[in-house]
Design a protein around this ligand. Structure first.
Ligand code: NAD
Length: 435
């Protein structure tokens, strides 16, 4: 194995995990970020993001001298065999992907490339963006290079595990040499490689996320029907999932998808389709269903109480899913805002994402020090994120701490049988209400 010199641009969830993992398998990695605070923190051995297992692995490789951090693109790119682009591609107001960070990295590369390198795009970018990157850099430098699309499929909350145990590595390249370089770099992971052209690789990422979002919205529509018809969506999903053509994953009914990827990528794909005069009717419906789903606990609570004015609601969980501190597009932000607007008092608690929540929630929201103090004396609880800490609470504990007591479970964390006789009203998604 020939170890390579690699630069990773952007040290967010994707960039830092990629940089750490590439150094763990032996490469010499320099991570560059424009955020000085992040770089200073990583140099002190502190990961700027919460991701299980990341801190230890980062420290280990930093101390071993295989991993370094800088704010200088010049330093990071000098003699690099490969430059990984892992900057954000957030959503613009009109739903399209905001490519200004990609454009700035293209400028950085054009300015500081000194010798041949393979430029690898990990960021999720609309089909055709790698062509743009190539053309822009070609116009501004005489140094030769190739561009490879290598979309990322890791999940926040298990990003390190996913990087070492992914289902496939997609490599989109028009240069067999560059494609081989990236395949060789990744060889120690032992993950199957799927090679294709650049545009197909770009599309694989959007199509995968759109398909998973579709599965979620589909089962959520079935959940709504189950509620109206007296069926139980959990059993329905189990029965469906046993069919191998359907599969059991991503069939958990709940209060919809959030996070930094599905919402922005589904809406970007609708726009990408629109640009070539195709109306992506199915995906538009998926997004609409998710919009309704994220507000479902609110509807249920309004129906239960009549009015939420003056009610205290304990919000359990603010992160968009467990094991992350990421609050981007989390259902909790919508629920907190709507609850406050409806005149309710919100007391929120999250084991990891509370600092992030404090910046995003309305000022009127209070934060509790632990789950029990959030529940104590509240009229009802909204279970928003399925952290283990919450699932470990017994139904009787809710009943004894809450005033009314009523639990609105947005993630179907509890067994219906276990709720019977617990002494409270229990509302979940797509299952009969327990009173
Ligand atoms: P992020 O917002 O967490 O991190 C991006 C980082 O890039 C920031 O630290 C920012 O300071 C830095 N940056 C911006 N411009 C820069 C520049 N010119 N030079 C150096 N650094 C710069 O982003 P993320 O969540 O890691 O996502 C990155 C990309 O990967 C996105 O396109 C996203 O869609 C995709 N992706 C994300 C996930 C995920 O779970 N987060 C999974 C798969 C794919």
């Amino acid at each position: 194995m020939i170890f390579k010199k690699i630069a990773v641009v952007g040290t967010g969830y994707v960039g830092l995990v990629t940089g750490v993992a590439l150094s763990e398998i032996g490469h010499s990695v320099t991570c560059v970020d424009i955020d000085e605070q992040k770089v200073a923190s990583m140099r002190e051995g502190i990961s700027p993001i919460y991701e299980p297992g990341l801190s230890d692995l980062m420290k280990k490789n930093y101390e071993a001298g295989r991993l370094s951090f800088t704010t200088s693109h010049e330093l990071a790119f000098s003699d690099a065999d490969a430059i990984y682009i892992a900057v954000g591609t957030p959503q613009k107001e009109d739903g399209t992907a905001d490519l200004r960070f990609i454009e700035s990295v293209a400028r950085n590369i054009a300015e500081h490339l000194t010798s041949y390198a393979v430029i690898v795009t990990k960021s999720t970018v609309p089909v055709g963006t790698n062509d743009y990157i190539k053309q822009y850099i070609e116009k501004h430098t005489d140094v030769s290079f190739d561009v490879v699309s290598n979309p990322e499929f890791l999940r926040e909350g298990s990003a390190v595990h996913d990087t070492f145990n992914g289902d496939r590595i997609v490599i989109g390249s028009d240069s067999p040499f560059a494609g081989q370089v990236i395949e060789d770099i990744n060889a120690p992971f032992g993950i199957p490689v799927f090679k294709t052209d650049i545009r197909s690789a770009e599309m694989i990422k959007y199509a995968s996320n759109a398909f998973l979002a579709t599965k979620i919205s589909f089962v959520n529509e079935i959940a709504t029907l189950c509620e109206k018809l007296g069926a139980n969506v959990e059993d329905v999903a189990k029965g469906m999932g046993q069919d191998k053509r359907i599969g059991e994953k991503f069939l958990n009914a709940g209060i919809g998808y959030g996070g930094s990827c599905f919402p922005k990528d589904t809406s970007a794909l609708v726009q990408i389709a629109g640009n070539v005069e195709h109306e992506f009717t199915l995906l538009k419906a998926v997004i609409e269903v998710n919009y309704k789903q994220q507000r479902l606990l609110l509807d249920k609570a309004k129906e239960h109480f009549g009015s939420l004015r003056g009610k205290t609601i304990a919000m359990l969980g603010t992160a968009f899913k467990p094991n992350t501190d990421d609050m981007r597009e989390a259902a909790s932000t919508i629920l907190a805002r709507e609850l406050v607007l409806a005149g309710a008092h919100v007391v929120a608690y999250d084991p990891i994402a509370m600092d992030a929540a404090k910046k995003l929630f309305p000022e009127a929201v209070d934060f509790a020090e632990n789950v029990k103090s959030a529940l104590k004396g509240a009229d009802a609880a909204f279970l928003v994120t399925e952290w283990d800490d919450f699932k470990e609470l017994r139904p009787e504990q809710y009943a004894s701490l809450l005033k009314e007591p009523v639990l609105f479970d947005g993630r179907n964390c509890y067994d219906l049988e276990g709720m019977k006789g617990a002494g409270m009203d229990y509302y979940s998604i797509g299952r009969p209400v327990v009173k």
